[in-house]
Write a protein that binds this ligand. Structure first.
Ligand code: DGT
Ligand code: CA
Ligand code: CA
Ligand code: ZN
Length: 583
């Protein structure tokens, strides 16, 4: 037990004593001791048999010494375990929520006997926290936000956050002399919608002599956002940064870099299949190389390409490595040609200052043009979304005119006039058919009443799809990653109707949406439904978020043909009026 672990037990005991309503002197003695031990240069475990040395640490008296002796003799502290039993171990999770202190937890406990995160979240959502003494609605909202942060930090991160973190670290590592290649592997490289921890692989010409390794690890340890080091070995250092993200950095010799890329990109399931194949062919495959079973002579390892080639497989893009049949396809030379960002000719879900966007029509169009698109669409909100200042029929018609005028006055990009119209609770669209018919394209989206019975929600979506003006269903499942689950409905029935009516499904690229997700995209393709990949941009800078959508499309094995906004402007315009033929 190191000093940090001891301090944690003491801090937790202090917090639980406070929840228990014990006197402040006793509580303070635990906190002071925890702090002193945490900052003490010498390990307590090395001096515990010398009571005088322990007592010499400021803040540690005879009582605390007895506690420490118990801790080392028994492996636990009875004051700590007793309180844990009384309040349930889940209390420790509650204490980790920023801004939820022992006093509030005590209040919640005495009123509701709830001591776990899910339970407290439920109370807050039910408006029961504001009923406690000295609490109000503001506290309740802050608490919900804190729980959200806790979940994020305790769990997975959105792909854009992971990417930003990886880019910052890569920049830092690239300044270390001798590091030549620095690449993310793991779930980030596979383009998964969320990332658990970051896996960064590093190599260079001389990588890595013992001294270079030592210097490199020391350099990584000085990374400014680094909070604590979790493990540090010969060629690996694991640490946590201030955002709560955990990062594994691995140093590799160049001749193993491809093997390590392959291994640490995963997925685990893909790797298991690949290794079985290697064994059948008389090879072993690990993070260092592909080698002969007999004599362990390496035959590949410098690049991933040579490993797949030696295994008589076409190169499998990282996004496909989930063991969903990609190895068979690679063997048969029949891997699909996945869609690429450069295949997209337009982005047709964009908001402006007219509703809840931050830029004008012109600014959004210029951003789309600078991105290299041939077309884009302005699709502001409809009136049901009151907080977004959504458009009614009259304003929508005026807005169309403005969009068309802007289109006349801009060169090099076609601006379509569209709308993101709300699908009301009964499945009706929020604007009159007459106005919707004037649009070049209509995205119909659910933005309210998410908790309908699945059958009702299915009916609602089917009705929206059956409106002849509907071109696209926007963010079809409504999920907000790490925050709100998808609303429930019969996806198969909805996709079948969309296929029949030639209504497209959106792949919304906003990182917290990514909706449809990879699984549903695959299902949509199988049912003959076309996809439109959009950003839902509310700012010119959001145009770049399209790449997160493209990654999900690739994970779903989509090709250029599956996605309507790879079409030329004319063909795309027709497709928005249901005029396309499935080949
Ligand atoms: P994450 O971090 O939860 O988002 O997902 P990954 O895929 O990044 O998983 P992680 O970080 O645990 O490991 C990175 C890769 O390393 C993983 O995709 C495959 C490889 N790997 C890890 N553990 C094993 C293992 O036990 N067996 C095999 N074959 N591969 C492993
Ligand atoms: Ca990972
Ligand atoms: Ca990892
Ligand atoms: Zn929307």
């Amino acid at each position: 037990m190191d000093n940090k672990a001891i301090a944690t037990v003491l801090y937790e005991t202090a917090d639980m004593l406070e929840i228990d309503g014990q006197d402040s002197f006793r509580i303070r003695s635990y906190r002071n001791a925890a702090q002193a031990i945490e900052n003490h240069a010498q390990q307590i475990k090395d001096i515990i048999s010398e009571p005088k040395q322990v007592l010499a640490i400021p803040g540690i008296g005879k009582g605390m010494l007895a506690n420490l002796q118990e801790l080392f003799k028994e492996g636990h502290l009875s004051a700590h375990t007793g309180l844990l039993e009384k309040y349930h171990p889940s209390m420790l999770q509650l204490l980790k929520i920023q801004g939820l202190g022992p006093k509030t937890i005590a209040l919640i406990w005495s009123a509701y006997q709830v001591s776990d995160v899910d339970g407290v979240e439920k109370l807050a959502r039910e408006g029961k926290i504001r009923e406690l003494p000295r609490m109000g609605e503001k506290h309740e909202q802050k608490l919900l936000k804190a729980i959200e942060d806790y979940r994020r930090i305790g769990g997975r991160f959105l792909i854009d956050a992971a990417e930003t973190e990886a880019a910052k670290l890569t920049e830092y590592l690239s300044q270390f002399p001798g590091f030549e290649k620095i690449t993310p592997a793991g779930s980030l490289r596979r383009g998964r919608e969320t990332v658990g921890d970051l896996d960064i692989l590093v190599t260079g010409p001389g990588c890595c002599s013992a001294t270079e390794r030592e210097q490199a690890v020391a350099y990584v340890a000085k990374y400014p956002p680094l909070m604590d080091i979790l493990a540090s070995g010969d060629n690996k250092i694991s640490f946590r940064v201030r955002t709560g993200m955990q990062i594994d950095v691995r140093l590799l010799p160049p001749e193993s870099f491809g093997a390590a890329m392959q291994y640490f990109t995963g997925s685990k399931a893909h790797n298991v299949s690949l290794r079985q194949r290697a064994l059948k062919m008389g090879y072993t495959l690990n993070e260092y190389s592909l080698a002969t079973l007999e004599g362990e002579k390496p035959v590949a390892g410098r690049t991933e390409e040579e490993i797949y080639a030696k295994l008589k497989l076409d190169y499998i893009p990282p996004e496909m490595r989930e063991n969903l049949g990609e190895i068979d396809k690679a063997e048969q030379h029949s891997l699909p040609t996945l869609i690429e960002q450069s295949d997209l000719q337009g982005d047709v879900h964009m908001h402006t200052v007219e509703t809840d966007g931050r830029n004008t029509i012109e600014e959004m169009a210029e951003a789309a043009k600078a991105h290299g698109y041939k077309y884009m669409a302005i699709t502001d909100h409809s009136k049901n979304l009151a907080f977004a200042n959504g458009l009614d029929d009259k304003r929508a018609v005026e807005h169309i005119k403005r969009i068309r005028d802007t289109n006349e006055n801009i060169d090099g990009i076609k601006i379509f006039a569209g709308i993101e119209v709300d699908i009301l609770a009964d499945g009706d669209l929020d604007l009159s058919d007459d106005v919707l018919a004037q649009m070049d394209l209509v995205i119909a989206s659910v933005h309210s009443v998410f908790n309908q019975e699945p059958a009702k929600m299915t009916e609602r979506l089917l009705k929206a799809i059956s409106n002849p003006n509907t071109s696209i269903i926007g963010h079809p499942t409504g999920r907000i990653q790490l925050r709100r689950d998808a609303y429930q409905f019969d996806m198969h029935a909805v996709l079948a109707e969309a296929a029949k009516r030639r209504v497209a499904m959106e792949l919304n690229s906003y990182p917290d949406r990514l909706d449809l997700n990879d699984v549903h995209l695959r299902q949509a393709r199988q049912q003959g439904v076309k996809i439109v990949i959009n950003t839902d941009a509310h700012h010119t800078s959001h145009v770049e978020k399209i790449r997160y959508g493209v990654l999900q499309a690739r994970r779903a094995w989509l090709t250029k043909d599956d996605v309507l906004n790879t079409l030329s402007p004319d063909k795309f315009a027709k497709a928005m009026k249901h005029e396309w033929t499935s080949e």
